[in-house]
Design a protein around this ligand. Sequence first.
Ligand SMILES: [Zn+2]
Ligand SMILES: [Zn+2]
Length: 271
Amino acid sequence: MRTLVWLFALAACGSPRPGGAPAGGDAARSDGAGGAGDAAPQGTYVFDPAVTKVVVEIDYETGEAPYTGTVVGFGDTFDLTVNNLDRLFASKKALTVPRTLAAMEDVGVISDEELTTTDILALAAAHRQQHDTADTKTYYVIFVSGHYADANGPNSQVLGVEVGMTGIVAIFKDVIKTTEGGAVPNISRYVEQSTLTHELAHGIGLVDNGVPMVADHKDAPHGAHCTNSHCIMYWANEGTSGAVSFATQNITGGNTILFDAACLADVDAKN
Ligand SMILES: [Zn+2]
Ligand SMILES: [Zn+2]
C-alpha cells in the first residue's frame, strides 16, 4: 500500500506547467523534466539585482485558513517559512509574508473540490491583488479544501502544488489536516509550513526550475526536485507520508533551515 501511496504522490507532485494538460501521471510530467533552459519563470525574475522586495500574498477559502500564531515549543507558526525564504535570498531582500489571518484574505467558499492547474490559475486571477513590479517580486498562495486533480483524477495525498513557474501556489488544507496525530505535537502545523516553503521554493526556481544548478542534484524522474531525501525539495515531501517523516525528523532534530547545501549553493550563486 505504501508503494501505491508514494506513486500517487509522485503522480501529481511538483510544479505542473500552467494551462497545459498533464501528460500523464508519471515522469512525463512537465515540471522541468525537460531540463534547464526550456522555460523561464513568469514575471519579474526574483534574483534580478533590481528586485529588493519579495511579497507573499496569502488567501484562504472560508474554513481552510492556515495555522497562525505562537505555539509553546514551536514559536510563531510562520517563522519556518519566513526564515527559509530569507535564507534563499541570503537576507538580501525585504520580505513581506503575512503571519496573521488579519493580514490574509478569506475569499469565501470555493465549491470545486477537485482543483486542476487551470482551476488554480482561475482562482489566482479572481483573487490576486499583488503583482510584480521592477523592484518587487510577488508570490500568490491560496489555501483550499478538496484535492489536487490532474489527468489521473483527484489525488488525496498531494499537500500542495506550484503551478509551473507562475509563483502561484495552492495548499490543500484537508490533506494537511490528515497529517495530525501521532506522537509528535503540532505536526500538521509543521507540515503546512514545510509544504509552503517547498512550493514557494519551486516558484523561486528550485530545483533547476528557473535557477540553474551549480552541481547536478536534480531528481529528474521526479521533476524539479532534489536528490537528497533530507532536503525539503525532495519529491516525497510534497506527499503526506514523506512530509510526516521529514517533519518528525526535523522537529526532533531542531533544524530550522530545511534546504540542503546543494539547493543553497544554487540560490547563493544568484544572490
Ligand atoms: Zn515539489
Ligand atoms: Zn536540495
